[in-house]
Design a binder for this molecule. Structure first.
Ligand code: NAG
Ligand code: NAG
Ligand code: NAG
Ligand code: NAG
Ligand code: NAG
Ligand code: NAG
Ligand code: NAG
Ligand code: NAG
Length: 332
């Protein structure tokens, strides 16, 4: 071996040592396995014991039920343990599943706080925690997940207010906080979510007026504020920047004022639910221009005018489902 070759050999050897040293410190599928084993160990299983039997250390974790690995990195990419009747907590170790893209734990009886270590899951695009029994406030650490597109926290027993920091999840498309016990106002910052399509806040105790910034999110398709205590009125130009809106419900709130006559600028609207509020004035005839409307709920408000003839003639022929009660009708 001459000098050059010897040098080359030594450098290769050093590089090799360096790489294997690096690799031995890197998290790998074994890290994922220990995280899932800790997770499994604290479940109080239902009688069918699906995970207890299936998540066996004798089989590779990528074959475990509800676990999907990425072929490229050989790491856990998705965990779906929805509707398995599991009770227990989410351990901090779950934050070690660093290649996780999708985490669905909906429909169980998980309780306790969400560990802050979940903020380490930078690749997450989907979080489904709906129908569980967590407690306390919605953590603000979701903002540390830059790729998150869907955050589903329906019926999770969360209290407190909606953290304004959620507005920093710039790729967020679905924000579902339906049926919790959230109070306070809807943060004005939510209007900064430039990719938001679905904003579902039904069944909480939200109050104050709807921030006008919400009507500025042009990607919005569905807005559900049903069963809250929102007040104030709808902005006169509410549809100017909502070309994709299909569903708009403020059913059962305390909103007042008139329905904006520009409502037909939301030309894709299929569902308009304004029932059980204190809206007044005439119902704008521009509603008749909403050619895709299939559901129109106006009852139990304080509308005035020649409404009934208009609707019975026009809508019944188009088979639109109209809710409209005499109680709310004050003919002059
Ligand atoms: C994972 O890394 C550990 C050290 O952290 C190592 O002992 C183990 O052999 C590695 N496993 C695989 C499958 O690479
Ligand atoms: C676990 O479930 C998966 C998917 O249903 C199945 O392919 C696998 O054989 C099961 N493993 C054990 C150990 O039961
Ligand atoms: C999880 O599994 C359930 C049942 O198979 C399925 O309906 C749901 O869409 C899955 N979740 C995700 C995020 O794929
Ligand atoms: C996983 O996370 C826990 C707590 O967050 C930590 O203490 C532990 O060292 C991690 N385990 C591995 C194998 O990386
Ligand atoms: C919330 O989920 C519980 C079960 O976890 C169910 O009993 C209750 O009816 C749900 N509430 C709503 C409003 O969906
Ligand atoms: C969003 O993130 C920036 C930068 O970290 C921070 O300064 C700002 O306060 C955050 N916004 C909200 C509403 O939390
Ligand atoms: C709506 O968006 C425009 C620009 O896209 C901005 O100038 C304006 O301040 C926003 N209005 C509200 C109420 O957020
Ligand atoms: C409703 O649509 C018709 C065309 O179908 C149009 O002539 C009319 O101006 C529209 N009405 C309003 C109030 O925009």
């Amino acid at each position: 071996m001459d000098r050059t070759n010897l040098l080359l050999f030594i450098s290769c050897f050093i590089i090799h040592l360096f790489i294997s040293c690096l690799a031995s410190n890197l998290p790998n599928i074994t890290t994922d396995q220990s995280a899932l084993v800790v997770f499994k160990s604290q479940f109080k299983h239902d009688h069918s014991n699906v995970l207890a039997r299936n998540w066996s250390s004798d089989t590779p974790i990528c074959s475990w039920i509800g676990v999907t690995c990425s072929t490229r990195h050989q790491r856990v990419a998705a965990t779906n343990i929805s509707n398995m009747d599991l009770s227990g907590i989410i351990p901090p170790e779950l934050g070690n599943l660093s290649f996780l893209v999708s985490l669905d734990m909906s429909g169980n009886k998980l309780h306790g706080d969400l560990p802050k270590e979940l903020a380490k899951l930078k690749r997450l695009k989907f979080i489904g925690f709906s129908f569980n029994r967590f407690s306390g406030k919605i953590p603000s650490f979701f903002e540390a997940m830059p790729n998150l597109q869907q955050l589903r926290l329906r019926n999770c027993s969360f209290t407190g207010s909606i953290p304004p920091s959620l507005s920093n999840i710039s790729k967020l498309e679905d924000l579902e906080l339906t049926y919790n016990s959230l109070e306070g106002t809807i943060p004005v910052e939510i209007g900064n979510l430039g990719s938001l399509k679905n904003l579902w806040l039904r069944g909480n105790k939200l109050s104050g007026s709807i921030p006008v910034s919400i009507f500025n999110v042009s990607t919005m398709e569905s807005v559900d504020f049903t069963y809250n205590s929102l007040s104030g009125n709808l902005p006169a130009n509410m549809c100017r920047n909502l070309p994709s809106l299909k569903y708009f419900s403020v059913y059962s709130n305390q909103l007042y004022g008139q329905i904006p006559s520009t409502i037909d600028e939301c030309s894709l609207l299929q569902d308009l639910e304004l029932e059980y509020n204190q809206f007044n004035g005439p119902v704008p005839k521009q509603i008749g221009n909403l050619s895709r409307l299939v559901r129109l709920y106006l009852g139990n408000n304080n509308f005035k005018g020649i409404l009934l003839n208009f609707f019975s003639l026009f809508y019944i022929t188009r088979k639109i489902h109209v809710h409209y009660t005499w109680v709310s009708y004050h003919s002059k």
